[in-house]
Ligand binder design. Structure first.
Ligand SMILES: [Zn+2]
Length: 400
């Protein structure tokens, strides 16, 4: 199932990974229910599982969920557009580009799903669809803790890089109120799961309790990593912050998924992964604060522009003498992070650029840093963005 609902009128949350299992993000809203979570009584026993039929039934129920505030018609329209394959009316011609969707990191995540039954796949797709991990971090960022990575192994590089980005760029670092982990363990947390169903989806208390029981029971299995399977949190987001009537203020944030960190760690890129991903998301906050989303482009071309710009912001910071000052070996590694996250979803408004384009944007960013006459000078964000826009046609020129 490939859905990409990013960028609704209600919430703007920018993802890192483009066409890969894009999440159902946006649209929460008029949640009038109490945010008081009700904890269940009996925790499921380890190894408990639903029958195949019950697993499928649960998947169907979850896929039918619609976040409070997003009209059904709008949701269906967006779903239809994605599921029908938007290449028909794509703004970009796929034949113009070299693009192979398979990369080592995407193959690695696929390989982790080898033990799943067809029913499991349906259920996991449904969970990616209603995305409790994302909503929990977005709506209750103060409760997500400060540990990054399943075992906290990315906490230091993440927090240090966040501090360094704040000193490097000329935007207000305190305009990003929360740096939040996305942990799969949410899927086994009965209080948090109940709260998602009750508040984000507006279900009754009884239904929320029942759904919580089923999801926690289903996820409490080794083949799902007891919630920590990397597929559930293979992404990162930047959110501008917004006041939602009936819910209150949803603060600005950057959300960092354990799954994407784990996946690149498995490929040996763990000494640059958190830095590269965070620097990209920070680039989106530069765009929020500097009004850089406006351009003459629309649809996939517009998204591609802002995503490639975020890659370029990231690589400039990562290589600049006053930024992370990474050396050649690690430059090649973070190049791979961006290259491998490229996508071939040419018709999607979630298109982040092909592999070659993301690599080119990354390489351009550090060429700007390396080629500067004064290595101690950091370009103003608007100057950097202006140079990027001049370079963009070259970065996305057909390469087939
Ligand atoms: Zn992005």
């Amino acid at each position: 199932m490939k859905k990409s609902l990013a960028g609704s009128a209600i919430l703007l949350a920018l993802t890192l990974t483009g066409g890969f299992a894009a999440t159902s993000s946006p649209a929460l809203a008029t949640a009038t229910a109490s945010t008081q979570a009700r904890t269940g009584t009996d925790a499921p026993s380890t190894g408990a599982a639903l029958s195949p039929a019950a697993t499928l039934a649960l998947a169907d129920k979850l896929k039918a969920l619609e976040p409070v505030g997003l009209p059904t018609a709008e949701l269906k329209e967006r779903l239809g557009a994605d599921e029908l394959g938007t290449l028909v009316d794509a703004a970009l011609n796929p034949a113009d580009y070299v693009c192979n969707p398979a990369t080592p990191v995407r193959d690695w995540v696929t390989a982790q799903k080898a033990g799943w039954t067809p029913e499991d796949v349906q259920l996991v797709d449904a969970i990616r669809w209603y995305d409790p991990i994302f909503y929990d971090a977005l709506l209750w960022p103060g409760e997500a803790g400060a540990q990054f990575g399943v075992n906290g192994e990315f906490t230091l590089p993440t927090t240090h890089t966040f501090r360094d980005l704040g000193k490097f760029w000329d935007i207000r670092a305190d305009g990003i109120q929360h740096l939040v982990p996305l942990h799969g363990s949410v899927l086994l947390d009965r209080a948090k799961m109940f709260r998602i169903f009750r508040v984000a989806y507006g279900l009754s208390e009884a239904t929320s309790t029942a759904y919580t029981d089923e999801v926690v029971t289903a996820m409490n299995q080794a083949k799902f990593g007891f919630g920590n399977h990397p597929f559930f949190s293979f992404n990162a987001f930047a959110f501008a912050g917004q006041t939602v009537p009936g819910f209150g203020v949803i603060p600005s944030s950057i959300l960092m998924g354990d799954g994407i960190l784990t996946a690149f760690q498995a490929l040996g890129y763990d000494d640059v992964t958190a830095q590269a991903i965070l620097a990209h998301e920070y680039g989106h906050h530069i765009q929020f604060q500097r009004g850089l989303f406006q351009s003459t482009l629309t649809g996939p071309e517009a998204t591609r522009r802002t995503e490639l710009m975020a890659d370029a912001f990231a690589s400039y910071f990562l290589t600049h003498a006053r930024g992370d000052a990474l050396q050649w070996k690690r430059i090649r590694e973070f190049d791979q992070v961006f290259f491998q996250l490229g996508d071939c979803s040419f018709g999607s408004t979630n298109h982040h650029g092909t592999h070659n384009q993301r690599l080119a944007a990354s390489q351009w960013g550090y060429a700007v840093a390396a080629g500067a006459a004064n290595q101690g000078h950091v370009l103003p964000t608007l100057t950097f963005a202006s140079r990027f826009d001049q370079k963009l046609p070259e970065l996305v020129a057909p390469d087939a």
